[in-house]
Design a protein around this ligand. Structure first.
Ligand code: HEM
Length: 491
C-alpha cells in the first residue's frame, strides 16, 4: 500500500548524527558500558552533550568531503563524530522506568525486554545448551552481551588516530578508572571499512550501503522506493508531548561471517546453465550468478531485478538507477530475483501490496570488522579469524521494523504468501544470509531454469552468519542529553 509521505522539517540540531545523515567513517569504535552511578551519569551526560555530533554537523562533514573530492585533493580530511545511546537497563539505572516514561516511545515492550530476550525467544539465534556451565539456554553470544549492557558510545572517523583522540576527550568526562567514573566500558569492538578495492563491500564481497529509506523533507529525492515519513525513523512524532521527540532506536547485532565457507558453498552449488543462451556456465560465472541470486544484487551492487543474468557495472555505479526497481513485474514469479533473496526479503517493495511498508524500513549504518581472508583460510576453506558485520540500524519502533524484518520476513520460509492463488504449493524458503530457523535452512528459486517450479529441489544451505552479541538502544535527542534530569522523578 502506498500513501505519500508527509514532508517534515526535522530539527537537524537536535538529532544525533548517525541517525539521519550517518557519521562519515572509515573506522568506528563501539564501546558498550555499564552505569556505575545513575545520578552522576545524568550530570556527566550533560557535560558530554557538546561532544556529540548532530545531524547538522554530520551534513557539514559530508559537504567538506564532497568539496575535498571535487578538488581532487589527496588523502582524507580529518573527521570524527561521537554518538551515545542507552538500553532499557541504562534508562532504569538513571530512574527512567514505570510512570516516568508513560506515554512515550520508551515503553515499547521489545525495547524494554532487550536484545538478549528477543534473540532467545523470537529471533531464533543459536542457543547455548541447557546443561552449559554458564548461561544455559541463553543465546550463544560473547558473555559481555549476556551480562548487563546499559549503553553504547560510538565514535566514527577517518582514522584510528582521530577516533582515539576523540575517545581521549570523552575520557575526560568518563575516566577509565571505574572509581572515578559514572560508567565502566564492558566491551569494545572496532569496525573498519575494508581495504580497497573492497572498500564499501561487506566481507562476502557485495557492495553494501546502497539502499536506505529516504526521509520526506530531509533527503534529496533519488529514483527508487518512495520516501518515508520521518516518524518511521524518529521517535516522538506520533504522540504530542512525547519528550523523546527526535530520538531513535538503534539495533546493534554483532554478526560473524563465514567467508571461506560461503565462497566454497557458491562454488559447490554453482549454476550450470546460462538461462538466456542455455550455454554452459564456467564455475566462476555459475557461482557469481548463484551469489547474486542469494543476495538480490551482484557483488558490484547492480540489482538482479534490473539485470538478472549478467552483471552491469555502469548500472551498479549509477546512483539514479541502481535502486530504482520494485519487483513489480514479477510479483507472480521469481525468475529475475528469488523471493528468498536477502534484499527482496528485507525490503519486499511491491511484493507487500496490502500493508504499509514504511514502518518496516530501517536506516542501516553497519561497518565491517575483522581481517581479510588469509591464504591459509582460503586453502583450508575454514574460517580461522573472526570477521563480519557490526550491523546497526535505526528506526522509530523495533517491533515494527528490525524485529519484524528478521522474524516475519527473513526467518519465515512461507513469506511472501504466494501459494494459494499464484503458485500452489510453492515455498520461497528463508533469507540465505540472515534467515534463522530451527529446521532445515532451505530456499527455492535459486536456479532461474526452475525458479517457479513447485517441485524443484530446494537449495539446502549452511549457516553463513552467526550472531555473537547484540543490544537494543535508545538514541536520545541532543536536548534530552542536556536535560535528562528534568524527566527523572525525584524519589
Ligand atoms: C552479516 C550480515 C549481513 C550482510 C552480509 C548483509 C548484506 C547486505 C547486502 C550486500 C545488501 C545489498 C546492498 C544494499 O542494498 O545496501 C543488503 C541490503 C539490506 N540488508 Fe543486509 N546484510 C546483513 C544483515 C542484515 C540484517 C541483520 C538486516 C535486518 C534484519 C538486513 C537488512 C537489509 C536491508 C533492509 C537491506 C536493503 C534492502 C533494500 O532496500 O533493497 N541486513 N544487505
Amino acid at each position: 500500500m502506498s500513501t505519500a509521505a508527509k514532508p517534515t522539517k526535522v530539527n537537524i540540531h537536535n538529532i544525533q548524527g548517525d541517525v539521519l545523515s550517518g557519521l562519515p567513517k572509515k573506522t568506528q569504535t563501539f564501546m558498550f558500558f555499564k552505569i556505575n552511578n545513575g545520578k552522576r551519569f545524568v550530570t556527566d551526560l550533560a557535560k558530554l552533550a557538546p561532544l556529540i555530533k548532530t545531524v547538522a554537523q554530520s551534513l557539514q562533514d559530508r559537504e567538506a568531503i564532497d568539496k575535498h573530492k571535487k578538488e581532487k585533493k589527496p588523502g582524507l580530511i580529518k573527521l570524527v563524530g561521537a554518538n551515545i545511546s542507552l538500553t532499557s537497563t541504562g534508562l532504569q539505572a538513571v530512574g527512567l522506568s514505570g510512570t516516568a516514561i508513560a506515554n512515550t516511545s520508551l515503553t515499547e515492550p521489545v525495547f524494554q525486554a532487550g536484545a538478549v530476550s528477543d534473540a532467545q525467544n523470537v529471533l531464533n539465534d543459536p542457543l547455548l545448551p541447557p546443561d552449559a556451565p554458564k548461561n544455559p539456554g541463553k543465546p550463544d553470544w560473547d558473555p559481555e552481551f549476556l551480562d548487563r549492557v546499559d549503553g553504547l558510545l560510538l565514535v566514527a572517523g577517518d582514522s584510528h588516530k582521530t577516533v582515539d583522540e576523540k575517545i581521549k576527550e570523552i575520557r575526560q568526562v568518563f575516566p577509565a578508572d571505574p572509581n572515578h567514573s559514572s560508567i565502566t566500558i564492558v566491551k569494545t569492538i572496532v569496525g573498519d571499512v575494508r581495504p580497497d578495492p573492497e572498500g564499501g563491500h561487506e566481507h562476502f564481497g557485495f557492495l553494501d550501503g546502497i539502499s536506505n529509506p529516504l526521509i520526506a523533507g530531509f533527503d534529496k529525492p533519488v529514483p527508487g522506493p518512495e520516501p518515508i515519513d520521518a516518524s518511521n525513523t524518529l521517535t516522538g512524532y506520533v504522540n504530542d508531548g512525547d519528550w523523546t521527540k527526535d530520538g531513535s532506536f538503534l539495533v546493534f547485532r554483532y554478526l560473524f561471517q563465514k567467508v571461506p565457507e560461503f565462497n566454497n558453498f557458491l562454488q559447490a552449488n554453482a549454476l550450470k546453465k546460462d538461462p538466456i543462451t542455455s550455454n554452459d556456465l564456467d564455475e566462476t560465472a555459475g557461482s557469481d550468478l548463484l551469489g547474486a541470486r542469494l543476495v538480490g544484487r551482484w557483488k558490484s551492487g547492480a540489482p538482479v531485478d534490473i539485470t538478472p543474468f549478467k552483471d552491469n557495472l555502469a548500472l551498479a555505479n549509477d546512483k539514479n538507477r541502481r535502486n530504482n526497481f520494485e519487483f513489480a513485474d514479477e510479483f507472480r514469479d521469481n525468475n529475475k530475483c528469488p523471493w528468498a533473496s536477502h534484499i527482496r526479503r528485507t525490503n519486499p517493495r511491491a511484493d507487500v501490496r496490502q500493508a504499509p511498508i514504511a514502518p518496516r524500513r530501517i536506516m542501516r549504518r553497519g561497518i565491517a570488522f575483522g581481517p581479510e581472508v588469509t591464504p591459509e583460510e582460503k586453502t583450508s576453506g575454514t574460517t580461522q579469524q573472526g570477521r563480519g558485520l557490526l550491523f546497526a540500524c535505526y528506526q522509530a519502533n523495533i517491533t515494527n521494523a528490525f524485529q519484524f524484518i528478521q522474524k516475519n520476513w527473513s526467518n519465515n520460509p512461507t513469506f511472501p504468501f504466494i501459494g494459494k492463488d499464484i503458485l500452489p504449493g510453492f515455498i520461497p524458503g528463508v533469507d540465505p544470509l540472515i534467515g534463522q530457523v530451527k529446521g532445515p535452512r532451505e530456499m527455492t528459486g535459486h536456479d532461474p531454469l526452475t525458479a517457479n517450479d513447485p517441485d524443484q529441489t530446494p537449495l539446502s544451505m549452511e549457516t553463513f552468519i552467526l550472531p555473537r552479541g547484540g543490544a537494543y538502544l535508545f538514541v536520545p535527542p541532543i536536548k534530552l542529553l542536556r536535560e535528562l534530569n528534568k524527566h527523572i522523578p525525584s524519589s
